[in-house]
Design a protein around this ligand. Sequence first.
Ligand SMILES: [Zn+2]
Length: 413
Amino acid sequence: MPKLKYLTALLLVLTLVACGDDKKEDKKQPVAKKETVKKEFGFVLNNYHVVHDTIKNGDTFGGLLQKQGYSASDVYNVTEAIRDSFNLRNIRIGKPYTLLKNKKNPDSLEVFVYEADRLNYYVIDLRDSIAKAYKRSRPLTIKRRTIAAAIEGSLSKTVQNLGASAALTQELSEIYAWSIDFFKIQKGDKFAVTINERYISDTIYAGLESIEAAYFETRGNKKYAFPFKQDPEKNLTDYYDEEAKVLRSMFLKAPLKYSRISSRFSPRRFHPVQKRWKAHKGTDYAAPRGTPIMATASGKVIAAGYTSGNGNYVKIKHNSTYTTQYLHMSKIKVRRGQYVNQGDVIGLVGSTGLATGPHVCYRFWKNGVQVDALKQKLPSSKPMAKKYKPAFMQHMKPLKKELDSISNITFKK
Ligand SMILES: [Zn+2]
């Protein structure tokens, strides 16, 4: 890793030197040859006396100018001149600004740069008799990389260790929501992804742009996922495996994103509240109170109410075969008769009814019989149309090769 950083830094320096030719904004003489050219906001900083600061409580643009020796009428003229291009009221506490002052005469402020966010900044050019202001954005670049790792601790921790955005954890758990039980992920499970990431000015990491390919391996079982649009006309991307089988299925693996299974479906268990042996015809997912509960499949809400045992609960009929139910909610978010989509939030985790702590008891019916949701072989959603398959295979093969070769390198012992 340090080597990579050094390389990036070196490349950056080379780039800066290479694009040392000036934009129109800078009228100063080029700097002496041996000095490293530092360029920012479209100015060669070497030509100025540079002051970096942040907006403090009580600071105003006018006040900052006055501190630089501007009279009240100068401030008025400047603010009038730039009024249309820079809203002075938008100056926020904590935002960085930069003063470019004349190198020979540090009392003379020439340029004021206000950074609205990491990407956008405003330049207030005070060099001419009439001030001008304009907005610029730092260049956003996309960098692509393929990474592979074994799970250490948790998926989010592992992703963090790879220097990737938390959004990657989120995306992966969504891509695999139908095919991998994230509650069963264990140490040593592996994954590899090819991702595109955003960088501001080539150096400042600005998050995940997209995933091109992925595989996830749990207990030796490898699941590939490649995003693909079947119909380029429609903006519908789905994920397919290496055989063009769609990953999405009719049901999500669980009604919650992150939690743990606290009690499984069993014909006999000791009830923690009632203190007696009885069947547990559901799967309990423990999670903090208020965690959103999702409909595991689309359907019609056929019950939403309260009983002393269930607490606040919701029951959804998905089709003539399947029905699901969600118990002990702190809050119900749907009404009886309402249609919900897969993944819609139908309530929040709580401990109403017969419950010792916050959890959702997830119940599953197949043809009117309560069954263990975790043991069902559930139907997939729409398969890929035959006519798109050749294009998909052609698109997928090099991506798969990339994932495989990086995992060969990473996991080879
Ligand atoms: Zn339960």
